[in-house]
Design a protein around this ligand. Sequence first.
Ligand SMILES: [Zn+2]
Ligand SMILES: [Zn+2]
Ligand SMILES: [Zn+2]
Length: 149
Amino acid sequence: AISNDRLPQHVRQAIEKYVVACSKKRARGDGRRKVNNGQYACTADCGYLTKRAFDWKRHEETHQPQEFWLCEICRTALHPKMVLVSRRDKLLPHIKNEHPDEDADDVVEQSKQDYVADFKRRCGFCGARFESWDSRNNHILAHFDGKLE
Ligand SMILES: [Zn+2]
Ligand SMILES: [Zn+2]
Ligand SMILES: [Zn+2]
């Protein structure tokens, strides 16, 4: 996407590598929950199941991340490190542990990357084409709820 070209090349490359790694992830549960049942199934076939649409969406984003935070302090340090996560609540513990003297909200804001990620554009059930990540999720949830053929 054209908007991604505005990012520094090393940032773009780090995110692209991260996206590829996420798409290859398999059999990686949420970790917090031992219960694995419900009508909403992972579309990457890792075996994850849940009863909650919110958890399903968050799980789908572990395979197809849509948002990116790259720790700005680590990135611009004397010996730079690329600390990249796809959820705000995953960057916060890093800041608390590694940069306890910094204002966490400031670091989070500076670390958010303006990167537009792609995703699988076709429905695996009916072949419909999606325009946005949200419309994709709502459409697939409707299949699981039996509201679509
Ligand atoms: Zn999965
Ligand atoms: Zn950091
Ligand atoms: Zn469909």
